[in-house]
Design a protein around this ligand. Structure first.
Ligand code: HEM
Ligand code: HEM
Length: 191
């Protein structure tokens, strides 16, 4: 039997105790793809002329991908609270703490950012329809121009700031993999 001796002396099966479970891995990479799609769509929108079908399409893609992030982020967060996470890879304590704090900041972002987007849309007097799924998301608030301006500004500032935060998170993962040579990326990649 292929078994490992852990640092504490206890026997552990490789590929189980120190890894994320399949659902956590699915949530992580599905949310990553949807966030990449939301960012790509809003960037592409900048290239489309005002009032063109391309502009409506890119905005609809941004809102659709964004709201699907929320649809996955909520069960993902609940799953994380129920299941917990594998213990951090061995390393300096500050690095483990920084990684842990960064993860909670990212969880907050994947829930708050789509909610802010929805609020901005609803306060602007629109509701989000998802024709592909045949549903309409009920408005969270009624039309309110002042609220719309405030929330939109926060949504845009957070959206810009998180290019950097997500970039740092991804760089940290690659640093662990290629420079420290530990298991951090592998355990979030596949079971
Ligand atoms: C995690 C999901 C989301 C991310 C990462 C995100 C990110 C962004 C970014 C980066 C911008 C552009 C900021 C700028 O121009 O400086 C933006 C704009 C905007 N987003 Fe989102 N967003 C998300 C979800 C949503 C959702 C769910 C909605 C609405 C249902 C939404 C509605 C909007 C609106 C109305 C704008 C302003 C567009 C404009 O007037 O140019 N977003 N978002
Ligand atoms: C939209 C982009 C991303 C978001 C919102 C995000 C979010 C998160 C969150 C919340 C966790 C904590 C998981 C938990 O403990 O429950 C996590 C872990 C992780 N992420 Fe990301 N992530 C993103 C992109 C990436 C990318 C691009 C990479 C790789 C290049 C990556 C690699 C990892 C790895 C390796 C872990 C596990 C860390 C550990 O075991 O301590 N993530 N991510």
């Amino acid at each position: 039997m292929n078994r490992l001796q852990s640092a504490s002396g206890a026997m552990a099966f490789p590929g189980t105790a120190r890894r994320y479970d399949g659902l956590a891995i699915f949530f992580h990479w599905a949310v990553f793809l949807l966030i990449a799609a939301a960012y790509a769509a809003i960037e592409l929108k900048g290239f489309a002329g005002k009032g063109t079908p391309a502009r409506s399409l890119t905005m609809a893609a941004h809102e659709g991908a964004g709201v699907l992030v929320l649809a996955l982020a909520v069960p993902r967060l609940l799953w994380r609270l129920v299941r917990g996470a594998p213990a951090a890879e061995p390393g300096p304590r500050w690095m483990q703490r920084a990684g842990g704090a960064m993860h909670w900041v990212l969880y907050l972002f994947i829930v708050a950012q789509p909610v802010l987007g929805l609020l901005a849309l609803n306060a602007g007097g629109h509701v989000l329809a998802l024709p592909a799924l045949g549903i309409e998301i009920p408005a969270l608030v009624g039309p309110d121009q002042a609220l719309k301006n405030q929330v939109k500004e926060i949504h845009e500032t957070l959206g810009t700031a998180f290019y950097l935060v997500i970039g740092l998170h991804a760089m940290a993962a690659l640093f662990h993999h290629y420079m420290l040579g530990d298991n951090t990326l592998r355990r979030m990649w596949r079971r």
